[in-house]
Design a protein around this ligand. Structure first.
Ligand code: URA
Length: 435
């Protein structure tokens, strides 16, 4: 088989066979196919698309390109959760202890932030000493003992995707439905969980800007998961403005903790309750949505979800005292209000711009090697639909550097758009794909 022939076949709009896809992924992972040929293939796929059968073959080939985690040493149903990424997305920090406190085992792999979106691992490192660099043995033991663990993506999980994603990132071939679906699902299948709940974001801060594309991606991933024998459910949720009010690592951890105390923002609480409901149902821990919601509300009210977060933080080397005393989390030296020069209703917020403000403050990475400042970020005071008087505060910026603060606040001002009339509220949860 020759890669040249496969590129020409795809370029001409023909479907690749399973054997051809397996060859291409195996040889590319082994560095036997150069990046320039794979770039040409990605561009051919971008323009010609892939059939459902090809997408399944690509997903399975990438999932099997490295280690398939064996979680059979963990008793019961293991559930994983994955978000397609957004701004202010601190969901895993509140959701995983909530679900674990209901008796469901969470064995999850997470990533770091890149670009304008944050990553769960960076946020969790706001707890001094916390690490996700644990061994597979530690991971399994911890899930058996306390019901929850989050580890970093190891080199051995879906290495083909690791190489391909980096290549797509620099060849303008990321936003293709089959490539995104196979990239996410190959990692999830290789991570070994029995059930997967996906949070597919849509809107200006998301990868899928259009709702129809988010639904198509959700359907594709649910089909892939179920075909591989994993119970898979996808929730499509809004990312047209930041989730909750906090954007920035330690600030988001603080908001997740407030949510576990029952004092969280409405949208974020709704998201945790919705994803939690489907995680409980997927694990067989609740039969109906109502039963699941009751269980999740109970663990917030009796404090057991918050206690589970403290146990989880401690089990991975972090300081659990910060769960009960958030003044122990990293704090920025300067807090400055951004006041509105205009009056009116907030009509729209350019969500990715808010993510970039946090990045400019030092809260995100410009490159994979950048060291991030966990303490910086923003707390929004106004969201879409809120009325703002001239001179009223739109947000507080937390910074450690005045030059960065000025750059972030100039950018922030351009992200808010106003109108004289109140915009219509669109639903936060856009839909659920179960089959
Ligand atoms: N997230 C992934 O893991 N892969 C993609 O292709 C897009 C988002």
């Amino acid at each position: 088989m020759r890669m040249y022939d496969l590129i020409m076949k795809k370029r001409n709009g023909e479907a690749l066979s399973e054997e051809e896809i397996n060859y291409m992924i195996k040889e590319y992972t082994a560095d036997h196919i150069p990046d320039y040929q794979m770039s040409a293939m990605m561009m051919a796929i971008y323009f010609q698309g892939m059939s459902a059968r090809e997408t399944v073959a690509l997903t399975m080939a990438m999932a099997h390109s490295g280690e398939m985690m064996d979680l059979s040493a963990i008793s019961g149903v293991k559930v994983d959760k994955h978000s397609t990424g957004g701004v202010g997305d601190k969901t895993s920090i509140a959701l995983t202890p909530m679900v674990a406190a209901c008796g469901v085992k969470i064995a999850k792999m997470s990533g770091r932030g890149l670009g304008h979106t944050g990553g769960t691992i960076d946020k969790l490192e706001s707890f001094e000493g916390f690490t996700t660099g644990i061994t597979a043995e530690h991971f399994v033991k911890q899930v058996n003992e306390i019901g929850v663990s989050i580890m970093g993506q190891t080199m051995d999980i879906a290495p083909a995707d690791k190489k391909l994603y980096a290549l797509r990132d620099v060849t303008a071939t990321v936003d293709n439905m089959s490539l995104i679906a196979s990239s996410i699902m190959s990692k999830k299948l290789a991570s070994g969980a029995d059930a997967i709940v996906l949070d597919v974001k849509t809107g200006s801060g998301a990868f899928m800007k259009q709702e129809a594309d988010a639904f198509a991606l959700a359907k594709e991933m649910v089909t892939l998961g179920n075909m591989a024998g994993r119970k898979t459910i996808a929730v499509v949720s809004d990312m047209d403005q930041p989730l909750g009010y906090a954007v920035g690592n330690a600030l988001e951890v603080e908001e997740a903790i407030a949510t576990l105390r029952g004092e969280g923002p409405e949208d974020f609480t709704q998201l945790c309750m919705t994803l939690g409901t489907y995680m409980l149902i997927a694990a067989g821990a609740a039969q109906t949505e109502e039963e699941a919601k009751q269980k999740l509300s109970a663990v917030i009210q009796d404090g057991s979800a918050l206690k589970k977060l403290a146990e989880f933080v401690q089990a991975q080397g972090g300081d659990p005292k910060a769960v009960y005393d958030t003044s122990l989390l990293p704090k920025a030296s300067v807090a400055e209000a951004i006041v509105s020069a205009q009056e009116g209703y907030v009509k729209k917020i350019d969500c990715d711009e808010i993510g970039i403000c946090s990045l400019l403050l030092g809260g995100g990475r410009e490159t994979k090697e950048s060291v991030i400042d966990l303490s910086v970020g923003l707390i929004l005071h106004k969201k879409v639909g809120d009325f703002v008087k001239s001179g009223e505060s739109l947000a507080t910026i937390y910074a450690n550097d005045r030059v960065k603060l000025e750059a972030a606040s100039a950018r922030f001002m351009k992200a808010y758009h106003f109108d004289d009339s109140q915009p219509e509220k669109s639903p936060f949860i856009k839909g659920v794909i179960r089959e």
